[in-house]
Write a protein that binds this ligand. Structure first.
Ligand code: 3SL
Length: 243
């Protein structure tokens, strides 16, 4: 398994696709997706474009849909929920389809939706996704961060390093890092693995969330490692279900 990390979707090679891709948006889209599916959502359908989201959601029965999303960290007007992983409670999401759009995470997902297998990863389901990849054994794996409006993000690199570290440990004969971005991400993980929440809070997007108000529950939820067994997998373009 050849492992490459791209800090943001725009770094992914044009006109190419990979055997498997994993998209990461630790703060907070892929953490929210993992928790929503863990808590019983039927699926999370992701959109970069809000008009398309509204059109698609309107075709779904009102009683079994929720609109979820943010721009700049704030809940969108007219949406049921923002993008907090602690808000997707079982009593709200069970059996529902979540129509989701976020500033960066859903754009990254759109960029690699052609991958033969596409998963989302956050720190809480890192081991579950790694174990799935070890069963799949893709020849090539793209790990794709979401960043912030095209720029590098510390927290996505932390999780990319956490995933690679586990894959390299579990499968030393086959797993191989093929770009410097991932070597750096593994070093970042080794530096912060005893305090992932500290890393999330230090990150520029962590600072942005702190500036918007109290996000303590989000930070501890997003930093919790290997707590969930859910593996979000793309079942049709943009639609993620629990595997
Ligand atoms: O950028 C994104 O996709 C979001 O996850 C950002 S936020 O944490 O909800 O502000």
């Amino acid at each position: 398994m050849q492992l490459a990390y791209f800090h943001v979707a725009a770094d992914v090679p044009e006109g190419d696709s990979s055997d498997a891709a994993v998209v990461i948006d630790v703060l907070r889209a892929t953490t929210t997706i993992a928790w929503a599916l863990n808590n019983g959502a039927e699926a999370v359908e992701t959109f970069a474009d809000l008009d398309i989201l509204r059109q698609k959601a309107a075709q779904w029965p009102e009683s079994s849909r929720l609109l979820l999303g943010e721009r700049g960290g704030k809940r969108l007007d007219g949406f049921d929920l923002g993008n907090s992983p602690v808000a997707v409670l079982p009593e709200l999401v069970t059996g529902k389809r979540l129509f989701m759009s976020t500033t960066n995470g859903t754009r990254s997902l759109e960029r690699v939706r052609e991958a033969r297998r596409l998963y989302t990863l956050a720190l809480p389901n890192r081991r579950a996704v790694a174990e799935q990849l070890l069963r799949d054994q893709p020849a090539q794996l793209w790990i794709v961060g979401s960043g912030w409006e095209g720029a590098y993000s510390l927290e996505d690199s932390l999780a990319a390093g956490a995933l690679a570290d586990l894959l390299l440990d579990a499968d030393p004969n086959s797993a191989r890092v093929v770009n410097d971005e991932l070597t750096a991400a593994v070093a970042l993980w080794k530096q912060w693995k005893h305090d992932p929440e500290g890393c999330l809070r230090k990150a520029s997007h962590g600072q942005r969330l702190i500036g918007l108000g109290d996000h303590d529950a989000d930070f501890s939820c997003c930093a919790e490692l290997d707590q969930l067994s859910v593996v979000p997998v793309q079942v049709e373009p943009g639609v993620f279900c629990a595997y």
